[in-house]
Design a protein around this ligand. Structure first.
Ligand code: XMP
Length: 324
């Protein structure tokens, strides 16, 4: 039976010194648990799986096999960052799987949000399973489970873990951060030397841009979303204080634009900016009008197919944070 209760006397990890002590202890425990065997990890590039990867690299080096599945629904630059940080800088044994076409084929014509989520989750497991089957002698599966996942306190992370593998691939689990809260994971990530872009990354749903490319996903609308999202992030990150979550969505509607004296139909980018403590309720912080205008101008000038930019000022409840 796994122990799933955070020890009562466990100190909150709030400083670099406490993080160092945690890291040393975990390295010792990971070495004891894994010995000379191999361990597999689905590395999304989110802070939790990245911290687990960095801990395991320190503990067992090349015995760790990371699998990064690019399902085409990641943000601009994310797959490249995972490869750069883990393979090139940390020397990880990293398998990069380009599954973009596979996911987009499966999602073609599917407009129902829950069906989209199911397809993305199921396909992810299938791709990961295929990679796992190509490998010999894997005995352990590492996961970035954190304490709120165990407490099931919120809807923030539903697709992170690779549960659902078939019975013959039931590896022993390795979950070195399962008693940590998110803020502690970040302190540990910082102490492990991970880049700030990974450590302080805003929450990003497992189905990624899939739930922000509203309705049936098409390649061109998805690309427009990825480009617009990169602009929104870049401009919002120039502010002294960034909202808890900031991104954009593109609904599956077109509206009229005018160019060279001719009317034409284009997409609407919707900017979403929210503050929240637990993602159960959310408010919309003020964003300087100048920033909104810069975002609008950059998107209109550089993102093909978009001719309108809106700012969603709806609060939760009644509106959810994501658009679907
Ligand atoms: P909602 O849209 O329900 O989102 O207000 C609350 C928080 O959860 C994130 N979210 C998801 N995370 N898989 C995830 O891992 C999902 O399907 C999903 N849907 C929403 C959302 O980004 C927000 O932080």
């Amino acid at each position: 039976m796994q122990n799933n209760h955070r020890p009562e006397d466990m100190q909150r990890i709030t400083t670099a010194a406490l993080a160092e002590a945690f890291i040393d202890e975990q390295i010792k425990l990971l070495k004891e648990q894994i010995g000379g065997k191999k361990v597999l990890l689905a590395l999304s590039g989110g802070v939790d799986s990245s911290v687990v990867a960095a801990l395991l690299i320190k503990a067992v080096g090349k015995q760790l096999v990371c699998v990064h599945v690019n399902h085409g629904l990641l943000r601009k630059g994310e797959p490249e960052q995972v490869v750069r940080v883990f393979r090139e800088e940390l020397g990880a044994n990293l398998i990069y799987v380009d599954a973009v076409d596979r996911f987009l084929d499966k999602l073609e014509g599917v407009a129902d949000p829950e069906k989209k989520r199911k397809i993305i989750g199921a396909e992810f497991i299938r791709v990961f399973e295929e990679e796992a089957r190509k490998l010999d002698d894997i005995e352990f599966l590492a996961q970035g489970t954190i304490y709120p996942d165990i407490l099931e306190s919120g809807p923030v992370k539903a697709h992170h873990n690779v549960g659902g593998l078939p019975d013959d691939l039931k590896f022993e689990l390795v979950e070195p951060i399962k008693f940590l809260y998110k803020d502690e994971v970040r302190v540990v990530g910082k102490a492990l030397g991970l880049p700030d872009g990974m450590v302080y990354r805003q929450p990003f749903p497992g189905p990624g841009l899939g739930v922000r490319c509203v309705g049936a996903i098409t390649c061109d609308r998805l690309e427009a979303l990825r480009e617009a999202d990169a602009i929104v992030r870049e401009e919002i990150e120039k502010l002294d204080q960034t909202p808890w979550q900031y991104f954009c969505a593109i609904p599956d509607v077109k509206s009229t634009g005018i160019k060279d004296g001719k009317r034409y139909m284009g997409w609407v980018v919707v900017i979403r900016t929210v503050n929240t403590v637990d993602a159960v309720t959310a408010t919309v912080p003020e964003i300087p009008f100048k920033t909104l205008c810069t975002i609008r101008d950059r998107i209109i000038a550089s993102v093909p197919g978009v001719n309108r930019v809106a700012w969603d000022i709806s609060e939760k409840p009644v509106s959810t944070i994501e658009w679907e």
